[in-house]
Ligand binder design. Structure first.
Ligand SMILES: Nc1ncnc2c1ncn2[C@@H]1O[C@H](COP(=O)(O)OP(=O)(O)OP(=O)(O)O)[C@@H](O)[C@H]1O
Length: 193
């Protein structure tokens, strides 16, 4: 039976960067691609970043009991949903998978597939360093949104509160000070099952 390795961490902890490196260094890992109702952005591709779906498609999956987890964010452009769907593409008989998500979505996936299948990879960085990285990344955006950066930084405290981590049995983390070292540590954890 394959496993789903689930990358989690606070904002700007390096999840996306680590995800890309892991897929490069371990090409046997398949990706869990989420569905979203938000419009496709320039440069995105159907099935690469997300499956782009309308709300009716997600409703249909819901009626069939195929939504593993779903979150809806109220944005200035209206509600956008993100969902992990058991659409037949996740085939644990064939491969191991890599996914990125939140602590809540990890919990739902674990309930659905079981603890033996869904393995947490919790990434951490010193808060000061993380804030510096978040700020440096934001400065490169065409329209930096510093208020949103601060909102997420503060929300992280609650989203990844110690009692939540403990309740889910997440006792250790992969420290992303040096990218290569962190990726290698995660790779050995994956290789050891
Ligand atoms: N080990 C590292 N050393 C220096 N910079 C890093 C390291 N890891 C990631 N970064 C940089 O930190 C920033 C945040 O990384 P990334 O976007 O991968 O984080 P994330 O956890 O996916 O963030 P978010 O959840 O906010 O989207 C990026 O600019 C990335 O290039």
């Amino acid at each position: 039976m394959g496993k789903i390795y689930y990358l989690m961490g606070k904002s700007a902890s390096g999840k996306d960067t680590i995800y890309r490196e892991l897929l490069k260094k371990c090409p046997r890992l398949r990706r869990v691609v989420l569905y979203t109702t938000r419009p496709m952005r320039d440069g995105e591709c159907e099935g690469r970043e997300y499956y782009f779906a309308n709300p009716k498609t997600l409703e249909a999956f819901e009626k069939q009991g195929k939504i593993i987890e779903m979150r809806t964010y109220q944005t200035v452009c209206g509600p956008w949903s993100y969902a992990t769907v058991d659409d037949g593409r996740i085939c644990l008989e064939e491969a191991d998978y890599l996914a990125i998500g939140t602590l809540e979505s990890y919990e739902k996936l674990r309930e659905y597939y079981g603890e033996d299948v869904v393995k947490p990879l919790y990434v951490t960085v010193d808060d000061g360093v993380r804030l510096e990285r978040a700020l440096a990344r934001e400065k490169t955006q065409k329209k930096p949104n510093y208020a949103e950066l601060c909102r997420r930084f503060l929300a992280d405290e609650e989203d990844f509160a110690q009692e939540k981590l403990e309740r889910l049995g997440i006792q250790s983390s992969f420290v992303n000070e040096t990218l290569d070292k962190c990726v290698d540590e995660i790779l050995s954890a994956i290789q050891n099952g």
